[in-house]
Design a protein around this ligand. Sequence first.
Ligand code: GLN
Length: 442
Amino acid sequence: MNSEKILDSSRSIQKKFSPFITLPNKLVSNTRKGPLSGIMVSVKDNICTKTKGMQTTAGSKILEGYIPPFNATCIDRVLEAGGTILGKTAMDEFGFGTFSVNCAYGIPKNPLDPERSCGGSSGGAACVAATADFPHVALAESTGGSISCPAAFTGTVGLTPTYGLVSRWGLIDYANSLDKIGCMGKTVKDVAKLLSVIAGHDPKDSTSLQVGKQDYTKHLKVSVKGMRIGVPKEYFEGVDERVSKAVWGAVGKLESMGAALTEISLPHTKYALPAYYIIAMAEASTNLAKYAGMRYGLHKELKGNFDEYFSSVRTNGFGEEAKRRIILGTFARMAGYRDAYYLKALKVRTKVIEDFKQAFRKFDVLAAPTMPLVAPKFDEISKLSPIEVYMMDILTVAPNLAGIPMISVPAGTVDKMPVGLHLMADHLQEGKILQAANSYAQ
Ligand code: GLN
């Protein structure tokens, strides 16, 4: 397909499902030869691109019109590998959400049923991955589940790498100790290919791991025979029974291919959700302090004193959920509450990591449902309280707190909507989840 046809097709996807924040007027394909030659790469809008006319907003009005003077490291790597940047995809403001309904530039609709959510916060990325009729992969990002959730809800594949494997240079921070750039696509092979291009040490990111390049697609040929898979029983509590059934069916398939299944326990699972939200919001509230109408994005006529000016810009520029998180995060960090909330949450995080470390002494991979339900309808979401929305992340926050790699692959349907099988492995064991995911998908 030539660039004009690809752009036409993207425009028609945009018309039907609104997954893009920015699509270029003209698509210039990258002529460089490499592993991503001929492949369109859509970019979640919190990843900086210096392309003229392509703003980077992180889904927020406060960054409207911002064109960064540099590319994120992952963008440079995609370009060096021959990939073409297709456009910027819709997301919950700064990644704050589970359903991509906290978006300042239009809410992406689920292509399988436009009355339902694509999941969040990388909803736009998932929607393009599900609908593109041309070679495509998506750069997405997860803090607490933003790649796995939309993959599960749209029947696509979403890979969240080990924290630090992919450079965060040029990623607009949500919560620095949790943010990870990852990959979404139609197949396990697509995400493995993109990961091979973007992974590996970057001196510009001080949290980047000292890991060299490797070809992750080589793991796709290995069978799951003899693989030890743990199934944590806590990950089925409160899950829609039909979703549980589909996931047990999927792990049963892996067993029939020669993997050894064992039911296990990760006892600190129930504490992961409150700990995650305290840590994520505390970090987010500090990160958002810089958006004050001075250096980038939204600014107004300088009127009144600094406080008045800053608050009028922030009142106009931030959406409701961002404001909620600034208030809650600031509260958790206040001198009198720090020990009771923030420091306690950090201790819980260590316990959650220990649960996983212990499990990975005996098992190669852990398997669970990705989300406790299938993609909900927008009118159901509008009835949920903020806390009820946060609870939906119960299955994805623990592995994100631990910084371990995870992949969501489609595993059957409920009400004609896809269910996600979530596979998790120890730090830097991306190969194992790719191996299991690909065997299952075959
Ligand atoms: N839903 C979670 C949150 O709102 C995770 C989102 C994400 O990973 N960016 O924090």
